[in-house]
Design a protein around this ligand. Structure first.
Ligand code: LLP
Length: 423
């Protein structure tokens, strides 16, 4: 489904004209369509019918409480990477017993919080982390459930910044080393080894790397079970890509179907499946709504200078990512031109799109599509720019689910040291 469609030349979010949101909330702001979040989650659910499984939404993609509450209400689990994400999940009404904790750098304090909440599973990424987890669990008189994150050494075929499954990456534990650690389970009296985990990267647009990774992980599971280690689940991570431009990523059905086939092929049909999708659940359900401040032409180019900057949405600047840009109202009275759509930030990387053919004038509204994942989540206050508002739409109503930051928010928590000498 696409919740962002034109009606009579005007772009809507579900049944709300985006121009109405801009008039009421101002720009830039993120707009999320609740029905599309729900549809995306249900696609996973439907593909997994009859299979013991948990879809753990990767909170890092978009951690707004209203988004988390939507998934919590659907019965989702959550993949977290920090105590902050854990407390967000709890604040949104998520069930900590459905939380898995990923990441290479869990601090002692974070591990304690997660143990206090009795989370489902820790995805452990190093022997040192195992030692720390066992010691903290012992001190708290608890047993921590554990998967080792295996690094299967496969090329995810994605942008190098978001590929994680090669042996030179910091992530995970090599297969052979992981095998040894599982065999030494008795050394860790306060750990229960219950799963095997892997995550090879993000925005994958082919099935092959997923399949290759699982073909390396599943024999380990079978071997461990044969040796009496009661592995109950395999966590296949996140990473399923979306179509930003011309990519043709596998559908959720095809992806999940393949994973299920692989379980059967390896004689592991009873294994529970955990997924950690972020982007595939939220990216297409969000747009960044922005206004053209100036139109500027130089000898060689036309620029549309918008009121959103790379601080609000960093993906194009950081990864050279392509995201579709559309006008909110189709204009017949203005000729189309090829614009570089740029923000106000003082960096030449502050470009949202190059040579985009648009019919626009200063003052017009634009949307940058597929901004629901890694949009607000990666926003900053760079150039002392307050972070934008976030709006959730459902049918014909909308709500501000995060207010725009004020100028005073920019220096909240700052103070002068108090020892300034008179100059
Ligand atoms: N699980 C783990 C352990 C992860 O590290 C990630 C993403 C996910 C799940 C969710 O992956 P997804 O399904 O969203 O691909 N900022 C980048 C993406 C970074 C992904 C980091 N890890 C971007 O904007 O493209």
């Amino acid at each position: 489904m696409d919740a962002f469609c034109y009606r009579d030349g005007e772009l809507y979010a579900e049944d709300v004209p985006l121009a109405q949101i801009a008039a009421s909330v101002g720009t830039p702001c993120y707009v999320y369509a609740r029905s599309q979040l729900i549809a995306a989650y249900r696609t996973f659910e439907a593909a997994l019918a009859g299979q013991e499984a948990l879809v753990c939404y990767a909170v890092k993609a978009n951690a707004n409480l209203a988004i988390l509450a939507t998934f919590a209400a659907l019965g989702a689990g959550f993949d977290i990477v920090s105590a902050g994400e854990l407390e967000r999940v709890v604040a949104a009404g998520g069930d900590p017993r459905r939380v898995v904790f990923s990441g290479v750098g869990k601090t002692g304090a974070e591990i304690e919080r997660a143990l206090a909440h009795d989370i489902l599973c820790f995805n452990v990424e190093s022997p040192a982390e195992l030692d720390r987890l066992d010691a903290i669990a012992a001190r708290m008189d608890k047993v921590a459930r554990v998967s080792l994150r295996v690094n299967p050494d496969v090329d995810a075929g994605t942008h190098p910044y978001i590929a994680t499954g090669l042996k030179e990456n910091k992530f995970g534990i090599a297969l052979a080393a992981a095998r040894d650690l599982y065999r030494q389970a008795a050394r860790y009296p306060h750990l229960q080894f219950m799963g095997v985990d892997c995550h090879i990267g993000s925005q994958l647009t082919e099935l092959r790397p997923f399949a290759d990774a699982l073909d390396r992980v599943l024999p380990l599971v079978a071997e461990l079970r044969a040796q009496g280690v009661p592995i109950r689940h395999v966590d296949v991570g996140g990473g399923l890509g979306i179509r930003y431009r011309e990519e043709r990523p596998p559908t959720v059905e095809a992806y999940v179907g393949q994973v299920r086939e692989q379980l059967v092929a390896h004689g592991l049909a009873d294994l529970a499946l955990l997924f950690e999708p972020g982007r595939a659940l939220v990216a297409a359900a969000g747009v960044l709504l922005t206004r053209v401040e100036y139109v500027k032409s130089t000898d060689t180019k036309h620029f549309a200078v918008i009121d959103a900057g790379m601080n609000d949405l960093i993906r194009p600047a950081l990864y050279g990512a392509y995201q579709v840009i559309q006008t909110v109202r189709a204009r017949a009275d203005t000729p189309g031109l090829d614009y570089d759509v740029v923000g106000p930030v003082c960096e030449s990387a502050d470009v949202f799109g190059r040579s985009r053919h648009l019919r626009l004038q200063a003052g017009d509204l634009l949307v940058i599509r597929d901004a629901g994942a890694y949009g607000f989540a990666m926003a900053s206050q760079y150039n002392a720019r307050p972070r934008p508002a976030e709006v959730l739409v459902e049918g014909n109503r909308f709500a501000v689910v995060r207010t725009r930051e004020t100028l005073a928010d920019l220096w909240r928590g700052e103070s002068l040291p108090g020892w300034e000498a008179p100059l």
